[in-house]
Design a protein around this ligand. Sequence first.
Ligand SMILES: Nc1ncnc2c1ncn2[C@@H]1O[C@H](COP(=O)(O)OP(=O)(O)OP(=O)(O)O)[C@@H](O)[C@H]1O
Ligand SMILES: [Mg+2]
Length: 476
Amino acid sequence: MLSSIKARIIVFYLAILLVTLSIMGIILYLGLSRVVYSAVDSTLLSRAKALATLVREDGGEAEFNFSDDVMWEYNSPKSKHFFQIRLPDGTTLEKSASLGKRELPYKSGNSSIEYRNIRLDDEPARQINFPIRREGEKKRGERVIVVQCAEEIDERIEMLDTFGLVLAGSILFIMIISASGGFLIARKAMQPVKAISETINRISETNLSERIAEENIPEELKGIASSFNRVFAGLEGAFNRQRQFVADASHELKTPLAVILTQAEVSLRRERRPDEYKTALAGIADAAKMMSLIIEKLLQLARLHSDKFSLRREKTPLNEILETSLKLLRPLADRKGIVVHMPEENTYSVYGDREALQEAFVNIIENAIRYNVPGGRITISLKKEGGFIVAKIADTGVGIPKEDLGKVFDRFYRVDKSRSRESGGIGLGLSIVREIVTLHGGRIEIKSRINEGSVVSVYLPEADMDNRFMGSMESS
Ligand SMILES: Nc1ncnc2c1ncn2[C@@H]1O[C@H](COP(=O)(O)OP(=O)(O)OP(=O)(O)O)[C@@H](O)[C@H]1O
Ligand SMILES: [Mg+2]
C-alpha cells in the first residue's frame, strides 16, 4: 500500500505530527483542568473554614451559629453553593437551604481534608470534606465534626469540554493543512525523479545520445543523474564502436570477396588456357585465405569478449612463451634478414593462459618483423617492475607517427593501409593483444619514433605475488 515514496513520507510525517500534537493537547488539557480544579478547591476550602468558625462545641454538645454574612449565599434554592455539617456520628447538624432534601455524600471515619467530584441531581459538583480539629484533638481515628461544602461546576466542566473540542479541532485542522502541505512538498521533491525517469524512458537504441539535464537537479539526485549519464555515455560509446566494427568488418570482407567474384567472372567469360585458370584460381585462393584470416581473427576477438570465455590459470614462464613465439616466426624474420636478440635471463613467470599469451606475443613480434626494415633488428627483454613482469619488444622498423599511437589498438586500424595490406595486415592483431593482456590483469604500452623503431611493453602481474590477480580472473 505504501509503495510510493511520496505516500511513505506523508504518512510518516503525519504520524509524527499527530503524536506530537496529541501529547501537547493532553498536556494542555490536563494543565487547564488542574488550574480550574485548584481554583474551585481553594474557594471550597475557604468556605469550609468560614463555616467551621460558626460551629461551637460545648461539652459534647455541638451547635451552629447562624451568621447572615455567611448564610445568604446558601439560602436560595437556586444557589449553586451547598454545605452540610455532620456530627461525629454522621447525623446532620445543619445544612444549607440550597440543598433542599438532598444530602451531600458522607463517609464516616475520614479525618483529613478531602476533595471529590460528585453529582447533585445529575449536575457535576465538587465537594470538600473538612474535619474540624480542635487544639489537643490529635488522636487517630477519632471521629470529629465534618464541614462539607460543595459547588456546582457545570460551567467550568463545560468550559473544559469546549477547550478540549477546540483543541481537537485545531489538531485536526493542523493535520489537514500539514497533509496537503506535505503532499505538495513531496510532489515537488519527487518531480526531478519523475523527470529523470521520463528521460531514461525516452532514451532508446535510436537516441542513445540524449542525457539527463544535470543543472536543475537537486544535489541529492545529482549522483544518480551523473551515474546514469555515465552509463548512457558508456553504452553509446560501446554501441557506436559495435556499429563501427560491423561496418569495418563488412568493408574488410568486401574487398577479397570482390576479388573472388571478378576473378571468377572474368575467367568464365570465355574459354581460357589451363595456366590462365590456374592464375585465376590462385588469386581466388589468396582472397579466400585473406577472408578466412579476417573471420578467424574476428571470431577470436568475439570469443575473448564473450562472457563464457574463461582463461586458464597456470603458472607460465614468459621466457618459454617468447621463445616459442620466436620459433614460429623465425622463417618470416629470416626472409627479411632480421636479427632477433633475446638475452638469456632469469625465468619470469605469470599466472595465465599459455595459448592466449602465445597468441599475444606472436602478434607483437610479427608486427616487429612486418614493420621492420630489411636487415633490421629486434630486441626482446624481460624484467620485474613493481609486482609486474614487463616484456619489452623493441624493433628498428618504420615506427608509428605520434598521432596514430593512440589508435593502433583500435580494430581494423592500420597506419598505412596500402603498405600494411601488402604485408597482409588486417588491423586486428593489436586489438586481440590488448584484449588478452587486459584479461590477464595487465596493460600494454607502445612507444615509437618514426624511422627509428617502436618499443612495445607488456605488463603482466607477477605469478608469485599474484593472489590479487587470481581473484580478478575468477570473477572474469
Ligand atoms: N612494431 C610496429 N612498428 C610500426 N608500426 C606498427 C607496429 N606494430 C603495429 N604497427 C602499426 O599498427 C597497425 C595495427 O597493428 P595490428 O597488429 O593491430 O594490425 P596489422 O598488423 O595491420 O594486422 P594483423 O591483424 O594481421 O596484425 C599496423 O597496421 C601498423 O601500421
Ligand atoms: Mg599485426
